[in-house]
Design a protein around this ligand. Sequence first.
Ligand SMILES: [Zn+2]
Length: 333
Amino acid sequence: MSDDKLAPWIARQLETLLAQRGHAWLLTGPSGLGQYDLALELVRAWLCEEPSAQGACGRCGSCHAIEVRTHADLCLLMPETAMLALGWPLSEAAQSDIDDKKRKASKEIRIEAMRDAVEFSQRTSARGRGKAILLYPAERMNAVAANALLKTLEEPSGDVRFVLASEAAHQLLPTIRSRCLAHTMAWPQSDAALSWLREQGVDAVQAGVILRAAGGRPQDALQFFRSGTDAQAWVDLPRAMARGDLNVLKDWTPSQTVSALQKLCHDMLAIRTGAASRFFSAADLPAGGSMAGLTRWARTLSDVKRTVEHPFNVGLMLEALVSEAQNALNSGQ
Ligand SMILES: [Zn+2]
């Protein structure tokens, strides 16, 4: 990511972190607030040949090497699926295994990648500005990988720095957490998030809807937009569910559907208890739905959430979900 695209709330946090010394940072907070962007900007600044207080210069050889994804002093530890999604090359061995269909891209940080990282941390810096290891999402490493990392964190060779970013820091070993300086990701003000979304090409009306749909998390909102999901479908969802209309869900995966219904159920319960809705505009929510009906629905949805990645039959599951939604939304007051 080049400087001009950096969201203002990320830029502010970057400055704060750069003003402090630390060889290992742990960025924590929920998804969608820009952990990966901040982590990458931090390592770009560390490795940059002419960094300023605001971060990397964006012009030097080091910045260019990161831009083209081939920096000898930067080691990324991410699940292979995340590496591929973010445009980072895999190790030759990993890529050829996947090309030869020996295995699928891993959703975890593999122990082999961690071993490469440990070796990397012991090498001399190629460009002379130290080395950096970026780990994201840090909770996606198993116990073996975590222990290998821990040794490196405890006895880092002089010139290696770490940034770990996590959306579930409570799942990390306490010993890893305690070796890092923690930074909690800041939530952007909603007008800053809205204008950033507009800069990314989202129109003003859609920006409001998708930011709300993402619970105020701008990066999640942008992902929602880029997935091609129609913002109008989000606005229509509550009433469509009250009518038992499946059509509105046609572009969504089962797991997106369940998470959308959980947000709807959350907002219906919030309204019933006199709180404000969070994900939908109150005007778009149906009038029905009893506390008992909605509470039952919330329980069903959290059960479904656990098995949604492996549904027995997607069509049947969707029909059942919509029918449950319709019942809950029309249950007596
Ligand atoms: Zn630079």
